[in-house]
Design a protein around this ligand. Structure first.
Ligand code: GSH
Length: 247
C-alpha cells in the first residue's frame, strides 16, 4: 500500500510533514483531513479510541506515524534530497522544533480568535459540500472552539509568546553560519528551516504550500505583528522560493 498522509490543507503542522516528504521525493497519497468530521476514521486508523488525536499522520506499510517530527525523520531516512537532519545537529533542530511548537500554539490561539469573529472564514473551514447548509458557521465555530480547548489555548499572552519566538528566530538567523542567500538556520538547508518558517503562517500565510481560503488568509494575518517582522516574512518567502518545490 502506498504511504498515505492525512493532512489539513491550511495547517502549518501538516505543511511541515508535506514539505519534508516532498523535499525527499518520498511518494505518498494525500488524504485531506477535516477536524472533528474526520476524527472517527483517524481514530480507527490509529486504533486509538480515547485521548487527543491530531494530524499530520502518515500511514506506512510499517505502521502509522502520528506526528510531524516523526514523519520528517521518516522522510529523512527515505527517498533522496536535502539531508534535513545533518549529522550532529538533531538536538539543535529539536530545540527549533520546540520553538516552532510554542510559536504555532500562540499563533493558533490568535488566529482562531479572529476566525471566530468572521463567518466567511468559519464556513471555509468546512468541506465545500457542507458550507451552504443552515447553521454552517455555527457548526464550524463549535469545531474551532473545540480545537482551542483541546490544545489548551489561553486568551492572554499569545502575542508576547509569538513575538518572543520571532525575536529568537531573528537572532538565530543573524548568528547563523550560513553562507547561502537566503540564510538558513544551520550551515545548510535543514528541517530547522522547514519548522521555523511555519510560525510565520500565523503572521501572514505563505503564497504557496498551504491551501487556504481568502477569508482565512485574512484571519491568519496579523497586520500588527507583520509590520514588526518584514525581514522574517521576506526570509520565509525566499526560503519557500528556493527550497519548496511544488508538491
Ligand atoms: N505535534 C503535532 C501537532 C499537530 C497539531 O497540532 N495538529 C492540529 C492542527 S490545528 C490538528 O490536528 N487539529 C485538528 C484537530 O485537533 O482536530 C504535530 O506536529 O504533528
Amino acid at each position: 500500500m502506498p504511504n498515505q498522509l492525512l493532512a489539513i490543507s491550511y495547517s502549518p503542522w501538516s505543511e511541515r510533514a508535506r514539505w519534508a516528504l516532498q523535499s525527499r521525493g518520498v511518494a505518498f497519497t494525500l488524504r485531506p483531513y477535516s477536524p472533528l468530521l474526520g476524527e472517527p476514521e483517524l481514530r480507527w486508523q490509529l486504533k486509538q479510541w480515547s485521548g487527543p488525536v491530531s494530524v499530520p499522520v502518515l500511514l506506512t506499510d510499517s505502521g502509522a506515524l502520528a506526528d510531524s517530527w516523526r514523519i520528517a525523520q521518516f522522510a529523512a531516512a527515505h527517498g533522496e534530497g536535502p539531508t534535513l537532519f545533518p549529522a550532529g545537529q538533531e538536538r539543535a533542530i529539536a530545540a527549533w522544533n520546540a520553538e516552532s511548537e510554542r510559536g504555532l500554539a500562540a499563533g493558533r490561539a490568535l488566529s482562531l480568535a479572529r476566525v471566530l469573529r468572521e463567518p466567511a472564514a468559519l464556513k471555509e473551514m468546512l468541506p465545500k459540500t457542507l458550507r451552504a447548509i443552515p447553521g454552517a458557521a455555527q457548526i464550524a465555530a463549535a469545531g474551532v472552539k473545540r480545537t482551542l480547548a483541546k490544545y489548551g489555548a489561553t486568551a492572554q499572552g499569545n502575542a508576547e509568546v509569538l513575538a518572543d519566538v520571532l525575536n529568537g528566530l531573528r537572532r538565530d538567523l543573524a548568528q547563523s553560519p550560513s553562507q547561502a542567500e537566503p540564510r538558513t538556520l544551520l550551515a545548510e538547508f535543514s528541517y530547522a528551516d522547514i519548522t521555523m518558517t511555519q510560525v510565520l503562517a500565523f503572521v501572514m500565510p505563505p503564497a504557496s504550500g498551504l491551501k487556504i481560503g481568502r477569508a482565512n488568509r485574512a484571519a491568519f494575518t496579523d497586520a500588527q505583528i507583520a509590520a514588526q517582522y518584514p525581514d522574517l516574512l521576506a526570509w520565509r518567502d525566499a526560503i519557500y522560493a528556493k527550497y519548496r518545490a511544488a508538491g
